[in-house]
Design a protein around this ligand. Structure first.
Ligand code: NAD
Length: 261
């Protein structure tokens, strides 16, 4: 078994569900000390329980916080350093999809809500974590963008703006911080079957969402949804020292979707 995270401190936002939870399980199996941040406290407790089933000796700090609140972000970063003394890896992942609608009907409030969480939240996380990593002289940041951050998908003004913004922040900060031994990269998942995607399919057809899902992935070269653990493997690799020279770039994990549609 790999032990790439022995003695390492890994901070994950959106750790209560989906991709954040999958990454938490993977790095915990490989020895990480975990700090999990989420709005949803019950979800955090559930992730912790799953982590301890896999890695009974894992140290896990749970922090209930809203990533769109700058003070809460400063606090989760401070608490991490006070508890574990450093941050080796940061999975800056929490995000929401928002309601699907044409641009003219998208709504200003909805747009601002999605951008506040997905873009401002990622920026605040980088602002406070990169300062710590620069002082340490090492660290890796993995931001969660999306295929919707490198392609147009439609009906997703807030999501598209925020995820394209995450790609931009990643490229910009990777160029700034590489010289300090810190790498910054983004992942661009396609449709991965998490509670977020289930919610999105239910927006399309609440009674028939599983069938809608099957049709939804037909154009994908692999004709299926991705699995959260597949993203967990990629995130763990990118968060580990093995990926130090991958910097200021975005890695798709989408079955080939972004080269086709
Ligand atoms: P999810 O809904 O299963 O998990 C997201 C978690 O983030 C939840 O536990 C939620 O409580 C938390 N969260 C939401 N807003 C928050 C906030 N303001 N502060 C703190 N925590 C908050 O979704 P997921 O599919 O695991 O998504 C994770 C990330 O991956 C998101 O950024 C999403 O945009 C991105 N993504 C997902 C897919 C996919 O197909 N699942 C594809 C591309 C990108």
């Amino acid at each position: 078994m790999n032990n790439r995270f022995d003695g390492k401190v890994v901070l994950i936002t959106g750790g209560g569900s989906g991709l954040g939870q999958a990454a938490a399980l993977q790095v915990a199996k490989e020895g990480a000390k975990l700090v999990l941040v989420d709005l949803n406290q019950a979800a955090l407790e559930e992730t912790k329980q799953k982590v301890l089933e896999l890695a009974p000796n894992a140290e896990v700090l749970l922090i209930t916080a809203n990533v769109a609140d700058e003070k809460a972000v400063e606090n989760y970063v401070n608490q991490t350093v006070e508890t574990f003394g450093k941050i080796d890896s940061f999975f800056n992942n929490a995000g929401i999809e928002g309601k699907q609608n044409l641009t003219e009907d998208f709504g200003i409030e909805e747009f601002q809500k999605v951008v506040n969480v997905n873009l401002n939240g990622v920026f605040y996380g980088m602002k406070y974590v990169l300062k710590v990593m620069k002082e340490q002289g090492y660290g890796s940041v993995v931001n969660t963008a999306s295929v919707g951050g490198i392609r147009g998908v439609g009906n997703q003004s807030g999501y598209a703006a925020s995820k394209h913004g995450v790609v931009g922040l990643t490229r910009n900060s990777g160029i700034e911080y590489g010289q300090y031994g810190v790498s910054v990269k983004a992942i661009a998942p396609g449709a991965i079957m998490t509670p977020m995607v289930e919610g999105s399919l239910k927006q399309m057809d609440p009674d028939n969402w599983e069938e809608v899902g099957k049709q939804f992935v037909q154009p994908n070269p692999m004709k299926r949804f991705g699995k959260p653990e597949e993203v967990g493997y990629l995130a763990a690799f990118l968060l580990s020292d093995q990926a130090n020279f991958i910097n200021a770039t975005v890695i798709p994990i989408d079955g080939g979707q972004s080269y086709k549609y």
